[in-house]
Design a protein around this ligand. Sequence first.
Ligand code: ATR
Length: 290
Amino acid sequence: MKSRQISGKTKLVGVMGDPIEHSVSPAMHNMALNAMGLDYVYVPFNVKKADLAKAVQAVRALNIRGLNVTIPHKVEIIPLLDDIDSLARAIGAVNVLVNNDGILKGYNTDAEGFLHVLLEHGVEPEGKNVVILGAGGAARAIAFTLAGRGANLIMLNRTPSNAAKCAADVSNATGQTVEVLTLDEKNLSDAMERGHILVNTTSVGMFPEKNDALVSSNLIRPHFIVADIVYNPYKTRLLIEAEKAGAMTINGLEMLIWQGALAFEKWTGKKAPLNVMRKGATQALKSYEK
Ligand code: ATR
């Protein structure tokens, strides 16, 4: 595909985080922007923790239209913005910012993106028991979304005290049950007996530890839907185990694409070309896997 000429009118969007070199977002967004003929470029910014406030000021000074915000800035950026969307505020994490004439507003599209992926696969979370592994930032976004849609959550974490606050916040905000259990063999087996959907929000199974998984096929029944937020490798050990058990799988790249598509729409006001984004993200991931 022919790339566009950058001009004085070109708008700037991008992603800030640390590390950022292996992000697939620049490839995914630039391919989509090109395909739509939109006069934007998407650039990666490596921003250290200590420089976050200066980077946010720079968004205003340089009139950057919008950014994805990723590890380690998703929580720390909140007090630096002018306005926070109510869902992002409830989750306590921002992954997208939009600059409207110098007024910076933070959103969380990780949460909504996850719901879109489920619905696209024909999965309605209402009334389902969802087993969530982990209790970090990604778990919070997913837990708020699922509980908001009427799912009952069973959150298992290596350190249960880390999960308690998350569970209480989600339960208070949504009125849904959120059970917290220590991540051990017995609790996992008990939760999987009752569950319909399993979501791994931990980094277990991420490259280079490709052979690790928190759940093996003997605990997964065929009616399960198994989602993994890890997208490198594309098919994690957990998803291989789920396939072995005959369950439906949803990979982390789909979630990345959907959160990106929702961000794209906020910056450009145009519907994101999902298939183009999928192609850009997949190509970039393949080039890293080599
Ligand atoms: P993120 O913001 O991307 O979700 P995070 O906040 O660092 O990342 O959260 C990581 C989650 O993965 C935590 O729930 C962590 O468990 P602890 O609260 O006990 O630290 C979980 N996690 C990370 N490595 C793990 C491992 N090897 N086994 C089990 N859980 C793990």
